[in-house]
Design a protein around this ligand. Structure first.
Ligand code: SF4
Length: 296
């Protein structure tokens, strides 16, 4: 398969780097092969690759669901409350569990087939040996465990942050590094208290801590030593400070080296060809593209 790279703007992200390190063919399929497959009128092959690209692992789904509901609750309008002092933490568990049930129902109805933006689990797409009931039971159990932990620690702490200290932030967030290297990261939320700007994010990687410090410095004009980053571990319901021993120069070099290697895979003609992205068969058993890729 050959695609034109200049039709698909390059950007670096922790996720892309992980995929590149795991299997270059999956990186090709995700970023180039699936491009354009969102369109219902795309060719069946493109639709199929895009469909697989959109699948979520169970832990990825939990992270996305909890992160998005936490974000929604944190920034929810508060017209009826005191504008400065929140007096309670709105319940999170009910909202997360009812959204899970709605979404799971939509997955079983197959809405994903026509709308790839609808969530779909890899363990339903590639049927789980225990059947649908096992997938639902496992997810419900993990969600309940995560919510119990969150509601007894992190969520009340976040909910006590004054509304005037909460800072809206785009997610995904584009950050441009020196040399015009476009990068993406996915913060959950942000707030500013006692002269410190804090981001909650979900990767825990030094690269994410660095990107968020660049963003704070260049866009918000906050020096890096006034910025803290915390990784949200939704399944455990805790926050862990990230970037504590960040070596900015080294991390920047690593991001640049990773991006340069990926850009090097683009042919001088401006094309990218799947043959230049070797498969790594050890990674196949857990790969979303296995039904397509292993049949090639
Ligand atoms: S099926 Fe295997 S070789 Fe193919 S993209 Fe996935 S991990 Fe790579």
């Amino acid at each position: 398969m050959i695609r034109r790279a200049d039709e698909i703007p390059f950007s670096w992200s922790v996720r892309r780097q992980e995929m590149w390190n795991s299997c270059r063919r999956s990186c090709f399929l995700h970023y180039y092969g699936a491009s354009g497959g969102y369109d219902e009128n795309a060719s069946p092959e493109l639709r199929r690759i895009h469909e697989m690209r959109s699948l979520l692992s169970e832990s990825g789904y939990i992270r996305r669901l909890i992160g998005s509901e936490l974000r929604r609750a944190f920034y929810a309008p508060h017209e009826t409350e005191h504008p400065e002092f929140p007096d309670s933490s709105p319940p999170l568990a009910g909202a997360v569990l009812s959204r899970f049930r709605r979404e799971f129902h939509r997955m079983l109805r197959g809405e994903f087939q026509s709308d790839h933006a609808a969530p779909m689990l890899e363990s339903l797409y590639y049927p789980d040996p225990g059947g649908v009931g096992a997938v639902r039971g496992r997810l419900e159990q993990k969600l309940r465990h995560a919510l119990e932990a969150l509601e007894s620690g992190v969520w009340p702490m976040l909910a006590r942050i004054r509304f005037l200290h909460r800072r809206t932030i785009s997610s995904p967030l584009e950050v441009t590094l020196p040399g015009a290297l476009r990068c993406y990261t996915v913060p959950v939320l942000a707030f500013q208290e006692k002269g410190e700007f804090s981001f909650i994010e979900s990767s825990g990687a030094d690269a994410t801590a660095l990107l968020l410090r660049f963003y704070a410095m260049n866009t918000l004009h906050i020096p890096p030593d006034r910025v803290r980053t915390f990784e949200l571990l939704p399944e455990e319901g805790i926050l862990r400070e990230s970037g504590v021993e960040l070596n900015a120069a080294r991390t920047l070099r690593e991001i640049r080296a990773g991006a340069a290697e990926m850009l090097d895979a683009i042919r001088p003609s401006g094309e990218v060809c799947s043959d230049d992205f070797p498969p790594r068969r050890e990674a196949c058993p857990r790969c979303r593209f296995r039904a397509y890729c292993n049949a090639q």
